[in-house]
Design a protein around this ligand. Structure first.
Ligand code: HEC
Ligand code: HEC
Length: 343
């Protein structure tokens, strides 16, 4: 009897021990799992945020046309949009309202009426103007910025902020940016910031690419094709007397290359670009080595250290030549400024 009880007690004890071991074992699995999770290296915050300049993620989109039709100010807004699309018809060299510009349309460079992602769109204007622009060192509102393009990209005359056409264009441009909170940047607005090459851009290579990929529309002489009504262009000029002048944004190689990469040949989008970065830079070098109207730039960039690296007119705060500032290589210039700590 005694022996039996003893055996039973021992068996019970063994069973208890087994249960404890089993329970401990079962707890080890989730414990190990949790331990690995807590000790895992999570990507740093910076890495998981969508990068502003990645062409494919979360680009800002323009408000819908339905909202435009419902707007109490729709007449002025539609007129503004029409002016952006068919600028030359109204205010070109043969314009029906006034004759003050070279025949380009705003839309030639601000595609889809200023709405196309990475098509130099206007979505960031309302949230970022008025602003002090470094080119003039002056407070600039949306009218002033439009006048910048009128006098440079359209090589023409400026308009007063009380002018009917000016008011309509500004109203439409501001309307496009209504969803971007003040002080924020729109994603995919303006020109795509293309990366610098390691070498200088080559006009000779650019000429070859131009002949195969651009010439059919923009023509061998670069002067485009005038439309039948002789007021505007079916294919706009890239150089010559009706093109943008040498004080315009596209005269900087980075702007031309970034624009062309995402939008040309006509029909490509940021989702299916056709030009390599090298082709885009070389095209920029070729087109911007051809003749075009000149602008008085003596008051531009009053603070020399603010001049963009690819601004092709001296004097500079750095020791590099105009030639290198125009065609590159830009990386040594960039590094020079980083070492000086003056920007
Ligand atoms: C030949 C090309 C060209 C034409 C034509 C042109 N622009 Fe521009 N525009 C540019 C470039 C380049 C920029 C600078 C984009 C950048 O900095 O990335 C610009 C910038 C602007 C901006 C500021 C955008 C921003 O978010 O800061 C406004 C506003 C503007 N243009 C209005 C107009 C209007 C209105 C017209 C027609 C009257 C016009 N542009 C015609 C090339 C052009
Ligand atoms: C199929 C015809 C076509 C081809 C090919 C083409 N473009 Fe264009 N390009 C256009 C049209 C049309 C516009 C004006 C877009 C608009 O108004 O919506 C334009 C506008 C431009 C502009 C801005 C306006 C100006 O006159 O300064 C530049 C710069 C430009 N193209 C460069 C190029 C380059 C570089 C290539 C070659 C890679 C090229 N294009 C190939 C049709 C073409």
């Amino acid at each position: 009897m005694d022996n039996k009880a003893k055996l039973l007690r021992e068996a019970n004890f063994g069973l208890g021990l087994l249960k404890i071991l089993l329970a401990a074992f079962l707890m080890i699995i989730p414990a190990i799992f949790l331990w690995t999770q807590f000790n895992k290296e999570w990507p740093k915050e910076k890495e998981i945020k969508p990068r502003v300049y990645t062409p494919k993620v979360n680009l800002s989109v323009a408000p819908s046309i339905n909202r435009l039709s419902r707007d109490p100010n729709k007449e002025q807004l539609f007129y503004g949009q029409e002016l952006i699309r068919n600028t030359a018809y109204y205010i070109g060299f043969n314009g029906t309202k006034k004759q003050i510009t070279n025949g380009l349309n705003c839309q030639n460079c601000h595609l889809d009426a200023g709405q196309k992602p990475w098509g130099n769109n206007y979505l960031g204007v309302a949230s970022s103007y008025p602003q002090i622009r470094k080119r003039s060192n002056k407070m600039t509102d949306v009218y002033g910025r439009i006048n910048g393009c009128l006098s440079r990209s359209l090589n023409g005359q400026t308009l007063d902020s009380t002018d009917t056409e000016m008011k309509a264009m500004a109203a439409y441009i501001n309307w496009l940016g209504q969803d971007i909170p003040k002080g924020y940047k729109a994603k995919g607005a303006k020109v795509y910031p293309i990366e610098f090459l390691d070498r200088a851009a080559s006009p000779e290579n650019g000429k070859r690419v131009y002949e195969t990929k651009c010439m059919v529309c923009h023509q061998q002489n670069g002067e485009g094709i005038l439309s039948e009504n002789k007021r505007s262009y079916t294919y706009p000029p890239l150089w010559g007397k009706h093109s943008y002048n040498d004080g315009a944004g596209l005269y900087r190689l980075s702007k031309f290359a970034g624009y062309a990469k995402m939008n040309m040949p006509f029909g490509v989008t940021h989702e299916n670009p056709q030009l390599s970065d090298e082709e885009a830079w070389d095209l920029a070098a070729y087109v911007n080595s051809m003749p075009r109207p000149e602008k008085d730039k003596s008051n531009d960039w009053p603070n020399l250290a603010d001049k963009p690296i690819d601004h092709p007119f001296g004097p500079y705060a750095d020791p590099f030549s105009e030639e290198q500032h125009k065609y590159g290589p830009y990386k040594p210039i960039k590094e020079w400024y980083e070492n000086q700590n003056i920007r």
